[in-house]
Design a protein around this ligand. Structure first.
Ligand code: SAM
Length: 392
């Protein structure tokens, strides 16, 4: 339960919801409610047409079939452009928002469009609770909403609503990527919102896939889609909840899943020699030998894996800067095979980059390997942080 008033400043901002397209600005829902039915419907249809015909138009063709006859709850539904479109294509949609007037606009539009039977509403209170809603939803749709409150608030909210998702259900979310935040000067999150969503915006926080996973931890989530679009301004995630029963945090061994090992003290070996010393304890710079796929550094994972105990899945979180070329960071199993899905490819750039490598069968891992992925030249990089942890 969050303190009373927790959401007040966000509620005050979001009385003003986005129009159809990102370039169209925002409108106060109370101003829309003051219109008569015909005018309200005409205004809403005009904004919705921009949404469906613009940079987000692909959402419909991608998900109409997925949602037909399914039950979806949306966090932060704004003026309802997505939900009413899917409801018109057969979905049963629950609109949840922190602003009563936003929900009131959707209620009127749904009635005017004859969709009242297919939709329901939930006003999110400071308790961040979804207890009033049924269980067994097929999907949770989160379109640019809970990244507008600080991580810990969003996490409480997300874990509560996650309990209403059925096993195999989906979590779909649009976020702003870290690369956009870096490009826009890496401002504090209480300032960044002014750049992304207008002067009155109290908060906007970047997310990558690992941050969304951390927000949903310890729920096991399988990645279905993960891609950036619109000139790196947005990132889309589609996860499947991989638990075999509805999510309850208490069902998980959170202590075991939270175990981690800092890899900085582990010995590393350079490709051309048996030089063994602790890994990047002083933010060591490495240079990959020239030649595509040339090995640069290998780190033995035997000891850290033993520390993690019998974790089936493991993940390695890295932060590094690549100053030249491009570097591949991958996991190698006990037979010396590079795990195909587990390589992160980082190209050179001024900012540090975050990457996470995941392996489902942690017990078979042997080595963390860095190699040159740039033909015809050397690649160089610095590793700032590397942590290995259990992962579900
Ligand atoms: C940028 S708008 C996006 C609206 C809509 N999803 C769209 O794409 O047009 C953010 C919406 O999220 C809502 N919101 C903000 N914080 C929220 C929170 N913590 N939980 C749920 N909704 C929230 C706002 O009221 C607003 O309707």
């Amino acid at each position: 339960m969050a303190a009373p008033g927790t959401l007040d400043r966000y509620r005050e901002k979001w009385r003003e919801a986005p129009r159809g397209s990102d370039t169209d600005g925002r409108v106060f829902s109370s101003d829309l409610l003051a219109l008569d039915d015909d005018l309200l419907l005409a205004r809403w249809d005009e904004m919705a047409a921009r949404r469906y015909g613009g940079e987000l138009g692909w959402l419909g063709p991608l998900y109409f079939d997925t949602f037909r006859d399914r039950r979806v709850v949306e966090l932060g539904s704004g003026l309802g452009f997505d939900g009413l479109r899917f409801a018109a294509h057969g979905a049963h949609w629950t609109f949840a928002d922190i602003v009563p007037d936003n929900l009131a606009v959707i209620r009127r539009i749904a009635a005017l469009k004859g969709l009242g039977e297919r939709v329901r509403y939930h006003l999110i209170g400071d308790d961040l609770s979804f207890a009033a809603l049924p269980y067994n939803y097929d999907a949770i749709w989160v379109f640019g909403s809970i990244h507008h409150v600080p991580f810990e608030i969003a996490r409480r909210e997300a874990l509560d609503v996650l309990g209403h998702l059925k096993p195999g259900g989906r979590w779909m979310e649009l976020v702003y990527p870290r690369e956009r935040w870096l490009r826009e000067g890496a401002p504090p999150f209480d300032q960044w919102g002014k750049l992304t969503d207008g002067e009155r915006t109290p908060w906007a926080e970047w997310h990558d896939i690992e941050k969304v996973r951390r927000r949903l931890f310890p729920a096991p989530m399988r990645t279905i889609l993960d891609f950036e679009f619109c000139a790196h301004n947005y990132r889309w995630f589609d996860f499947q909840y991989a638990g075999d029963k509805p999510f309850r945090a208490n069902d998980y061994d959170v202590a075991a899943l939270s175990r981690s090992v800092d890899l900085s003290a582990e010995p590393f070996v350079l490709s051309k020699g048996a030089r063994r010393r602790p890994f990047w304890s002083r933010e060591l710079s490495f240079a990959c030998p020239p030649g595509l796929f040339a090995d640069a550094v290998r780190v033995d994972l035997f000891a850290p894996l033993r520390t993690l105990g019998d974790a089936t899945g493991v993940a390695v979180d890295l932060e590094e800067t690549v100053s030249d070329g491009a570097v591949g960071i991958g996991l190698v199993d006990a037979d010396g095979a590079y795990l195909p899905a587990a390589e992160a490819v980082l190209e050179s750039g001024p900012a540090s980059r975050l990457a996470t490598l995941r392996a489902v069968e942690g017990g078979r891992l042997a080595v963390l390997a860095f190699r040159n992925l740039c033909a015809g030249r050397r690649s160089s990089f610095v590793v700032h942080r590397a942590v290995m942890r259990a992962a579900n």
